[in-house]
Design a protein around this ligand. Structure first.
Ligand code: S3P
Length: 169
């Protein structure tokens, strides 16, 4: 097993954990949104506004297919990635999937100052945001919960993840 997919809601810490974990393992780190932005030469916000969410989901699926062939890599996926186009199955077939689980209140705290670059929440008020998180998380958790490992994302540091990975090696 030399490929790890981090999944979970926006704001759960996939990119931060992924970057630190890759460093600790001496593997490469890929942020799937970043990968899509580089391939398209557009920001996620521009893709959503110019081409729509459906096109973004296709680009996301294609990007995932590409990175799922790389070796020794930690991949942070976008919050919606495991929920469309059988992406979760693809991830489970090709790597270790870890769900970074955080309660809605914890997600809210992290997302309140980080709405701008995320088109799905960019225009939501504070109150609307909590409601959105609750509803969307309920919709997505059936996917997230199928990950091979569910990790408590309120715990910081990479040590718990290193322990998990040892078990799967
Ligand atoms: C999305 C999450 C974002 C990004 C896009 C859509 C989602 O990634 O892929 O804005 O549907 O939850 P992060 O989870 O890294 O914020």
């Amino acid at each position: 097993m030399n490929r790890i997919f981090l999944i979970g809601f926006m704001g759960c810490g996939k990119s931060t954990v992924g970057r630190n974990l890759a460093r600790a393992l001496n593997w490469k780190f890929i942020d799937l949104d970043q990968f899509i932005q580089e391939q398209e030469g557009l920001s996620i916000t521009e893709i959503f506004s110019q081409q729509g969410e459906e096109v973004f989901r296709m680009l996301e699926k294609n990007a995932l297919d590409k990175v799922a062939t790389l070796e020794n890599v930690v991949i942070a996926t976008g919050g919606g990635a495991p929920c469309t186009h059988n992406n979760l199955e693809r991830m489970k077939e090709t790597g270790l999937t870890i769900y970074l689980k955080l309660e809605p209140e914890g997600l809210l705290e992290r997302l309140l100052p980080a709405r701008k670059s995320r088109p799905l929440i960019a225009n939501k008020s504070d109150d609307e945001l909590l409601l959105f998180i609750r509803e969307k998380l309920a919709e997505r958790e059936p996917f997230y919960n199928q990950a091979s490992v569910v990790a408590d994302a309120s715990v910081t540091g990479v040590e718990p993840y290193m322990q998990i990975i040892k078990l799967y090696q």
